[in-house]
Every structure is written in structure tokens, then in C-alpha cells.
Design a protein around this ligand. Structure first.
Ligand SMILES: Cc1ncc(COP(=O)(O)O)c(C=O)c1O
Length: 407
């Protein structure tokens, strides 16, 4: 990079970061939280802005800076912020009580919606995608009476230790005895692993378009093969659709013509409230049946709370086939416009991710300054309040940012 470009970059960064670094929120936050916030995924150096108000596809921070929200709480806010039909049911539920030591019928209604959309008949709920995957793994181990989980390196499935690299901080090294991470798309590695360990494998866990591995849809041949070999060895296929559920009425696995033994969901199906869920057939899901002895006891004080369940049902009702198709079409336009402008982008449906060889924190801040909010790793998603104008504005902001940083 030449001297002028370097100077431009450093000045611009200083100018962008100083008002946030010096803000009272940052000073106070750092006194009680080491990085100033809870979620590592939201931390952007030197300190993230704090959201104050969200409405539709816009968010305003503590400096009154407004951005178009292509982050959507990491793809969860399918209807953007403060969506009136969700607000209405939440207000109604607040007046009736938010959590009980009895089940409410709202969980049955959300399970009915998921069963109808996916054709997967039985469901249970918890409070996050992490818990959904963790529960699916426990269920698969209980069902098969085996211990080993095969997963694919680079895919993120939450923070439960079986799905995190065994060398990561705080993960017991013994995890590697019960969790094997293989390169996604590598048929030979998969076959070799199943030949050697197949009889101990409880489940193969896969994300069909893993965000952290580049948000590239998996190859059809690979998925068909994985599904077949997994079953051949008597293991279960867990498809993690915590992010990809939004790309089709029943999720992304429908595009591949496979039926998961257990499907995990989260994010959009909580209507903006904490959620996770897992579904499977009667046999598999009977491992969570407390009426049967020897099953997995699934607790969770706030699991299936009626606020989340009712908000989730409304979110699903409004995210019907027509809206899914409209949003997927808009996502296709978004990626095409970026590609035509010379920006490297991947994704499918209403999801996208940038692949530019620039400093990712600088890119994030520059886009933020240009009124586009993305994930800190540049994961982006669309929400139903968006139209072509929002996409056009975002494309301009992204292209300007990338060009400025390329120097
Ligand atoms: C594919 C996938 N699985 C699981 C999770 C964990 O979900 P949560 O953050 O709700 O725990 C995520 C989160 O981004 C995810 O992308």
C-alpha cells in the first residue's frame, strides 16, 4: 500500500474509532466487563458500538449513528426490529405471564408449525442453538448407545465442548476421544474415518453451508454420500440448520433431498427471543420422553417459555413461502450486484459473506461508517422489511468501503 493510502486509512480509522473509544458507555463497560460486552462474536476492536434503538432494518447507536442492519443479530432477526405483529403477541403474553412451572400450549403450536414446514414430526425446545446442538448430541448418544461425534472442521455449532476444537482454551483434551473433526467435502477422509470408527459413531453433525468455513453451499454428491454412509454404520445424521433454516420453508436440507435424523434450529424461529429447537422422528425423539425409563432428562427453566414460543410462531407465520422467495431473490440480487462491482462474495438465499483480503476489523468499521452493519466476520443476512433500495444502498456502502481499504 502506498504512503498516501496508508495515511488516509490511519486518519479515517482514528476519526471513526475515537468517539466510541472515548464514550462514557465504553469507560463504564470496561469497569465491569473485561472487553466491555458479553458476546465474543460482537466484539470488534478496539471497542464495539452499543445499539440503542432498532426499527425495521435500521439500528441507531449511542452516537445517533444510523446503519442498515445486514447483521440482524447474526441472521436471527428475520423481520428486522420491533415488528408490530410480534410486539402485539408479546404484549399480550406479558399481560398473561411470561414463564410457568407448567407447560403452555404455545409450545405445541410452534411444534405444529415446525412439523408442517419440515415434515419432521416431533420437536423439543430450549434457549439457544448451542443447547439445541448439545441436546441433539446427547440424544444421539443415548439413542445409539455410542459416544463418538463426527463433525466438520471450520463449522460453528455453538460453544458446547464436543463441537469446539479439542485444543481450544478450556476444552478438556479428552474431548478428542469422542469428537472427530474432518475436512468438509473430503469423501476419502470421511470414508476412512467411518471405516475405522463407524461402529462407535453416534452421529455425524453437519451444517450444509457453514458460515465460518466460508458460507459456501456443500456439494450435493458429498451430502448424499455422507447421509448414506452415516446410516449404513447405524449412526444418526444431525443437520444443524440454526442459520440455514431461513433459506427454505423446511430448511436447506430440502434442497439436498435428505432427511435428517435430528434437525437443529434456532435464531429466526424465536421471533427475536432466545431459542433453540430440535426435531426428529418418533423413535429418535422418544429418547427425551420422561414417561419412559432410561431416557435423557431434558430440563431448562426457561425452555419453551410462552413469550419465545408465541413470538416464534408469529415470525414463522409471516415468513411464508412468498416472503422466503422474495427475500431469497433479493439476496441473489445483492450477491450479483456485489460480484459485478468486483467484490468477492459467497452465500445462498438471503445469506451472504464477503471475502476480501483486507483487515476485517477495518472493513467492518469502514462499512459501519458507510451505514452498513454486518457481522464482525462480514456475515450478512436480509430481513423482510428490506427492499431493493436497501440492497442498493448497502452495495454502495460496501463497494466504497472495500475500494477505500484496498488502497
Ligand atoms: C450453525 C450454528 N449452530 C449453532 C449455533 C449456536 O447458536 P446460539 O448462538 O444460539 O447458541 C450457531 C450460532 O451462530 C450456528 O451458526
Amino acid at each position: 500500500m502506498n504512503k498516501a493510502a496508508r495515511l488516509w486509512k490511519s486518519r479515517r480509522m482514528d476519526e471513526l474509532l475515537a468517539p466510541y473509544g472515548n464514550h462514557e458507555f465504553t469507560t463504564r463497560a470496561r469497569k465491569v466487563m473485561t472487553s466491555g460486552n458479553t458476546r465474543a462474536t460482537l466484539f470488534v476492536p478496539p471497542t464495539p458500538p452499543y445499539a440503542v434503538v432498532g426499527k425495521g432494518c435500521h439500528v441507531i447507536d449511542q452516537l445517533d449513528h444510523e446503519v442498515i442492519d445486514f447483521n440482524n443479530n447474526y441472521t436471527a432477526m428475520i423481520h428486522g426490529h420491533s415488528f408490530e405483529p410480534i410486539n402485539d403477541v408479546v404484549r399480550d403474553q406479558l399481560s398473561k405471564g411470561t414463564a410457568f412451572g407448567l407447560p403452555t400450549f404455545s409450545e405445541v403450536e410452534l411444534a405444529e408449525v415446525l412439523a408442517a414446514r419440515t415434515s419432521i414430526p416431533f420437536w423439543r425446545f430450549n434457549n439457544s442453538g448451542t443447547e439445541a446442538v448439545m441436546t441433539a448430541i446427547r440424544g444421539a448418544r443415548a439413542f445409539t448407545k455410542r459416544d463418538v461425534i463426527v463433525r466438520f472442521a471450520g463449522s460453528y455449532h455453538g460453544v458446547h465442548e464436543t463441537v469446539v476444537d479439542a485444543t481450544a482454551a478450556g476444552i478438556p483434551s479428552s474431548t478428542q476421544d469422542v469428537a472427530i473433526a474432518l475436512p468438509q467435502g473430503d469423501v476419502e477422509a470421511f470414508d476412512a474415518c467411518m471405516r475405522e470408527h463407524g461402529s462407535s459413531v453416534a452421529a455425524v453433525l453437519i451444517d450444509l453451508m457453514p458460515n465460518r468455513a466460508g458460507l459456501i453451499p456443500a456439494q450435493q454428491d458429498f451430502i448424499t454420500h455422507v447421509a448414506e454412509i452415516t446410516r449404513k454404520h447405524g449412526a444418526l445424521l444431525i443437520v444443524d440448520e440454526v442459520i440455514t433454516f431461513r433459506v427454505g420453508l423446511g430448511g436447506m436440507h430440502k434442497h439436498y433431498g435428505i432427511t435428517p435424523d435430528i434437525m437443529t434450529v434456532g435464531k429466526i424461529m424465536g421471533g427475536g427471543f432466545p431459542v433453540g429447537g430440535l426435531g426428529g422422528n418418533a423413535d429418535v425423539m422418544s429418547v427425551f420422553d420422561p414417561a419412559t425409563s432410561g431416557t435423557v432428562s431434558l430440563g431448562g427453566t426457561f425452555s419453551a417459555n410462552p413469550v419465545t414460543m408465541r413470538a416464534g410462531k408469529v415470525a414463522m407465520d409471516y415468513f411464508n413461502t412468498a416472503e422466503i422467495e422474495r427475500l431469497n431473490g433479493l439476496g441473489e440480487c445483492f450477491r450479483t450486484q456485489l460480484t459485478e462491482a468486483g467484490i468477492k462474495v459467497t452465500g445462498f438465499g438471503s445469506l451472504a459473506r464477503l471475502h476480501e483480503p483486507v483487515n476485517v476489523a477495518e472493513l467492518w468499521w469502514t462499512m459501519y461508517h458507510n451505514h452498513v452493519l454486518t457481522g464482525t466476520s462480514t456475515l450478512m443476512s436480509l430481513s423482510t422489511p428490506m427492499g431493493q433500495d436497501d440492497v442498493d444502498r448497502a452495495v454502495t456502502g460496501i463497494v466504497d468501503s472495500v475500494k477505500a481499504l484496498r488502497g
